[in-house]
Design a protein around this ligand. Structure first.
Ligand code: RP5
Length: 168
């Protein structure tokens, strides 16, 4: 999968990083290369423009943008690229992340940001793999195996809970 595009993970602040670890782990599990950056839409807006407008030519296939509070990072990045942008609203100290969620999900028409759940970094990683898989069948095979493992995990829990109920 040497020519597989990278997934860029951009966060507004280093304080967002712990929430993004599951996303990086998922992408690694699928063998997808990542580029992880801290770029702020309001503190380093020129870097946001520079990064987004050159991402495609730098081998990026999907961009994941994570930010909290007035979370316009995904929207600003999406304005400067035709690559798909997935937004991860980060739960900040106030409003439980609803502020971040609405800032991302309520993008005006023309500039979509495919927003996952508040702190839903793992789903952002899976969605990015699904997007790349459209052009890379080897990723589809891995996604099929991933879903099969998940199914097996739930069935195992189903069997285990039946044992617990018997003991009641
Ligand atoms: C946003 O503001 C960042 O994405 C972060 O979630 C939030 C707080 O940033 P810091 O004040 O911790 O740098 O831009």
């Amino acid at each position: 999968m040497s020519n597989l595009p990278k997934v860029a993970i951009v966060m507004g602040s280093d304080s967002d990083f712990p929430k993004l670890v599951p996303c990086i782990q998922i992408l690694k599990k699928f063998g997808v290369q990542t580029e992880v950056r801290i770029i702020s839409a309001h503190r380093t807006p020129r870097d946001a423009e520079q990064f987004a407008s050159s991402a495609a030519e730098n081998g990026v296939g999907v961009i994941i943008a994570a930010a909290g509070k007035a979370a316009h990072l995904g929207g600003v990045i999406a304005a400067y690229t035709t690559l798909p942008v997935i937004g991860v609203p980060i739960k900040s100290s106030t409003m439980d992340g609803l502020d971040s969620l609405l800032s991302m999900v309520q993008m005006p028409k023309g500039i979509p940001v495919a927003t996952v759940a508040i702190d839903g970094a793992d789903n952002a990683g899976i969605l990015a793999v699904q997007m790349l898989a459209l052009g890379y069948p080897e990723l589809t095979e891995k996604l099929v195996a991933f879903k099969r493992d998940m199914e097996e995990g739930v069935r195992e829990k189903d069997r285990a809970i039946a044992q617990e109920v018997v003991k009641l």
